[in-house]
Structures are given as structure tokens and as C-alpha cells.
Design a protein around this ligand. Structure first.
Ligand SMILES: *Cc1c(COP(=O)(O)O)cnc(C)c1O
Length: 338
């Protein structure tokens, strides 16, 4: 099977497994796991931020960040397609008791004037208190779209002027950094908190990192315990994350190239009516007439290719570390024959 359902399906490579086997471990709830401490320090330094916290998932890092930044009744401003709103089980309401001001952005990306418009008047007692702006880069449901860094800086300025905190769901931030030739520190200097997934394109089996200042991360560490996410000798998995950050970032460019090749083939098919611009490793396209999204997914499955129907007429394919050049070639040939 050639699995394009998600970049979460990667399996740890032999050298990654070797790094895991050799990891020094300790009780992380006591702060005594040297490998987790190394991963947290390494990532904080990479982004030029004060501190970091290793968590089980990207949902956990996002939800802890939202909880740490808000009080019940506050409001979060984000794109309607955001993972924090669409795919975290209603966690914003469940964990933090917050409401959401949803913005119809451009492929998952919001802009300054939309944020300005979304901010509630603090004097109006009818309105929730606008507290946090959350961006997603790359934007998953935007087809892996990337922000222009200048637009992020402008939104940051609005946040500063209106005393809003600024969070980044950077599940696939490294894809954006590679695609836009940007540096982690640019982002570290702009956001109050950043969540990074190690288990997407970077190829680790588990884990996400939350970044912020020391006070924020101290609060987040307490919340992680409350959420049941305090782990013990988890250096075994942190070693995989460290290996991923140190070895697999440079490989993302290959995924982006493979995604381009597949998209170019899809463009030539008359049953595909639209493809979102492919900026990174995600391909989202619309089918019309000949197949429904589900029918196309089943057709591909017969040829040992797995994709996902994300709506009645939209299919998503995600390229990742375990997709080889040969698999891409085989996929292209299969699509050509559909
Ligand atoms: C995958 C993902 C997350 C985190 O998901 P988990 O499965 O909980 O690790 C967060 N945001 C985005 C945009 C994602 O794609």
C-alpha cells in the first residue's frame, strides 16, 4: 500500500530506532529525563524562545496553550478551518470554556483587517473578551498553504495594540520554513506560544513540543499534569523527536517536490475540477462528475494507493518521509490510467 492518507503514518527508521534504544532516561515528572530535557532545550534554542514542553500530541500542546492563555468566557480568534476548532473534539469549549470568533480566511489563513474586525469592544459587557489570536502554518485544510511572514508581523502588531495573545499551531511549521526559506527564530520572536508536531512530516512516532516564555511553560507543565499528560521515562520517545529535528527537516523538500509531481498529473485529468495550490506536502483536489470523492478513493485503493475523502467532492493526499520516488512514479502512472 502507498499511503497518502496523512503524514502521521510514517514508521520510525532504523537509525531513529537506534537513537531511541540508546536514550538516557529518567522520571520526567521529576524533571529528571535527560533526553526530554535535551529535546526541550534544543527546540527552545532553535526557536530563540525561553522554554519548551514535550507533550503526547499536537492536540495536547494546542489545548494546553489555549488553557494557559485564557479564562472561561474569553474568546479566541481563528480561521474557520483551524485544527483547534475543527479537529480537537470541541476542546476549546471543553477544556477552557472559551468561545470562538471564526474567520473565513484564504485557504486557512486570516489577515489583519479580518482580525481587527473580529476584536470585540472591551467596554461592551455583552461581548466575550477577545483574548487570543491563533494562526495555523501550514494550514492543513488550506491544502498546506503557508503564510507570508510580513502578514504574520502585521497581525502581531494588531495583537500588541489590542493586548491579544498570539498562538501558532505549527503542526507543520517546518514544512512552511522549508517552503518559504524562513528561520525558526523569526517565528520564535513573534508568537507567545508555538506548537510543533514531531509525528507529522518529521517522521517521529509520537510527540509535540510547546514553546513559550518560562512563566508560560511553567503554567503549561502544571496543565499537562492536570490533563493526565505527565510522562515518566519518556526519553525513549523524545529521542525519536530529537533525531527527527536533527535529521529529517532537510528531507521535507523532497516531499514538496513529490507533491508537485503528483499535482501536475492530477491537473491533467478531466474529472478533477480544481486543485488547491500545492505549496508544501498536502494536495487537496475536487472531483466532479465521473467519481465522487469516496468513489475515487476506492478506485485508488484497488490500485494499492490510499487517499482520504475530506468532503463529498474533495480528496486529500499527503506526501511524507515514507513515500519513495518509486511510489510517486507508480502513483503518477496509476492516476494517468484513471
Ligand atoms: C495533526 C495536527 C495537529 C495535532 O494533531 P495530533 O494528532 O493531536 O498530534 C494540530 N494541528 C494541525 C494543523 C494538525 O494537522
Amino acid at each position: 500500500m502507498i499511503d497518502f492518507r496523512s503524514d502521521t503514518v510514517t514508521k520510525p527508521s532504523k537509525p531513529m530506532l537506534a537513537a531511541m534504544m540508546q536514550a538516557n532516561v529518567g522520571d520526567d515528572v521529576f524533571g529528571e529525563d535527560p533526553t526530554i530535557n535535551e529535546l526541550e532545550n534544543y527546540t527552545a534554542n532553535l526557536f530563540g524562545m525561553e522554554a519548551a514542553l514535550f507533550c503526547a500530541s499536537g492536540t495536547m500542546t494546542n489545548q494546553i496553550a489555549i488553557k494557559a492563555h485564557t479564562q472561561p468566557g474569553d474568546e479566541i480568534i481563528c480561521d474557520v478551518l483551524s485544527h483547534i476548532y475543527q479537529y480537537e473534539g470541541g476542546g476549546i469549549a471543553f477544556n477552557s470554556g472559551c468561545s470562538v470568533k471564526l474567520i473565513q480566511g484564504d485557504r486557512g489563513r486570516i489577515n489583519t483587517s479580518q482580525v481587527l474586525e473580529a476584536i470585540n469592544n472591551k467596554q461592551d459587557i455583552h461581548k466575550p473578551i477577545s483574548k487570543l489570536v491563533s494562526l495555523e502554518n501550514t494550514a492543513n485544510r488550506g491544502g498546506g498553504s503557508c503564510y507570508n511572514f510580513q502578514d504574520i508581523l502585521q497581525i502581531q502588531q494588531v495583537c500588541n495594540e489590542h493586548q491579544l495573545l498570539f498562538h501558532l499551531d505549527g503542526a507543520r511549521l517546518f514544512n512552511a520554513l522549508v517552503a518559504k526559506n524562513e528561520q525558526p527564530k523569526q517565528y520564535g520572536h513573534v508568537f507567545d506560544s508555538i506548537s510543533i508536531c514531531l509525528s507529522k512530516g518529521l517522521g517521529a512516532p509520537i510527540g509535540s513540543i510547546l514553546l513559550g516564555n518560562k512563566l508560560f511553560i511553567a503554567k503549561a507543565r502544571r496543565l499537562r499534569k492536570v490533563f493526565g499528560g505527565g510522562m515518566r521515562q519518556a526519553g525513549i520517545i523524545a529521542a525519536a523527536g530529537l533525531y527527527a529535528l536533527q535529521n529529517n527537516v532537510a528531507l521535507l523538500v523532497q516531499d514538496h517536490y513529490h507533491a508537485q509531481l503528483i499535482a501536475k498529473t492530477l491537473e491533467q485529468k478531466d474529472f478533477i475540477t480544481a486543485i488547491l495550490p500545492v505549496e508544501t506536502n498536502i494536495i487537496i483536489f475536487e472531483v466532479n462528475g465521473k467519481y465522487t470523492a469516496q468513489q475515487l478513493v476506492e478506485k485508488l485503493k484497488e490500485k494499492n494507493i490510499l487517499a482520504i475523502a475530506i468532503s463529498a467532492n474533495q480528496v486529500r493526499m499527503v506526501v511524507h518521509l515514507d513515500i519513495t520516488a518509486n511510489m510517486v512514479q507508480q502513483t503518477i502512472e496509476t492516476i494517468q490510467c484513471l
